[in-house]
Design a protein around this ligand. Structure first.
Ligand code: 5GP
Ligand code: MN
Length: 317
């Protein structure tokens, strides 16, 4: 039997909702969807949402300006963690993990093996927004909540393209459309549109990319000094690795940018054969079979060497 969020809210007076650092569309969508649903249907509960530095484009989601960027520890009755993949990625709201009376984690990352009061993890489901929708009462979803959930589904399915998109995903998306949401605008403004800086960085990453293993692997990196030149933030790097993956013949794309001298945020994408989550997990990261990430140390060549040693077997077949 599908559990509903109501079951976790009995005797609850304070709720905190948190996602992961550098929140992507699914993270912003699921956190805001849950937040707006609780605000609409449980006004007696004091609900806060924590999202660290969301991209400007995500502010089409209403009330995102109410999301808190910093956090003071307090004993909330229920902490709801969404799309986090691993407890070490919670960011600002991680202080709440110690003091929260109960923790409910909803996720869809196969690498999430943490323990919470309740963990509902569905790796076969395309987005955390879809997982969240299952916990809500469809009739009680308002337009604002529907916009947030729809946006997250769009992002984690690559606009309903990836193999994780199921007939049920489409049915849920349809029911959200029926709430009267501006779906074209949500897709265009949050998924396809890029800022000038984002496009410049994308261009740079593509120009400097190179192929390995007979064109099955494409790699590129952007150094800190180049990011500083463009005044770029980590959020500006979203989507570069997916564009690299669109190169014909490529099975795996690897894009990395330097967080600080010698520390690299690495993103991996796979077309349909290689499970990149196992490689990411080996180096302390995680994610999904077709999209994973990890933070690694060294020069960019050290990072590439370490990764390719693990990818070689899969890509030589
Ligand atoms: P991205 O490459 O877009 O940062 O992340 C791809 C997927 O891998 C996302 O689902 C994200 O949550 C997950 N991911 C990215 N970096 C990490 C990491 O350092 N640790 C874990 N556990 N998951 C990650
Ligand atoms: Mn997700």
């Amino acid at each position: 039997m599908q559990k509903k969020i109501d079951e976790f809210l009995k005797d609850v007076k304070t709720v905190a909702i948190a996602g992961h650092v550098n929140p992507d569309g699914d993270c912003v969508g699921s956190c805001m969807g849950m937040y707006l649903y609780l605000k609409d249907n449980f006004p007696q509960i004091q609900t806060e949402v924590y999202l660290e530095a969301p991209r400007r484009a995500f502010y089409v989601i209403r009330d995102l300006d109410k999301a808190k960027q910093d956090c003071v520890e307090y004993p909330c009755d229920l902490l709801i963690l969404l799309d986090i993949s691993s407890h070490d990625r919670i960011g600002v709201a991680s202080c709440l993990l110690k003091s929260a009376k109960r923790v409910l984690c909803l996720d869809h990352h196969k690498t999430n093996r943490d323990s919470y009061t309740w963990l509902f993890n569905y790796p076969e489901i395309s987005s955390t927004c879809e997982v969240v929708w299952n916990f809500l009462d469809s009739d009680k979803i308002g337009e604002k909540c529907a916009e947030a959930l729809y946006m997250g589904m769009v992002h984690d399915t690559g606009v309903f393209q990836y193999a994780s998109t199921s007939p049920r995903t489409m049915r849920i998306a349809a029911s959200l459309m029926e709430k009267g949401i501006p779906f074209s605008r949500l897709i265009d403004e949050t998924y396809y549109q890029k800022t000038f800086v984002q496009n410049q960085l994308l261009g740079r990453a593509l120009v400097e990319s190179f192929l390995m293993f007979d064109g099955k692997l494409i790699v590129s990196c952007i150094r800190k000094r180049d990011m500083d030149f463009y005044h770029a933030t980590p959020a500006d790097m979203d989507g570069i690795v997916s564009q690299m993956r669109n190169t014909s013949g490529v099975e795996v794309s690897v894009f990395m940018y330097e967080l600080s001298e010698g520390t690299w945020k690495v993103s991996l994408r796979s077309v349909d054969q290689v499970d990149v989550s196992t490689v990411a997990q080996f180096f302390g990261g995680g994610g999904h079979a077709r999209a994973a990430g990890v933070t690694m140390q060294g020069s960019c060549y050290d990072v590439i060497n370490n990764l390719t040693q693990h990818l070689e077997k899969d890509l030589r077949q």
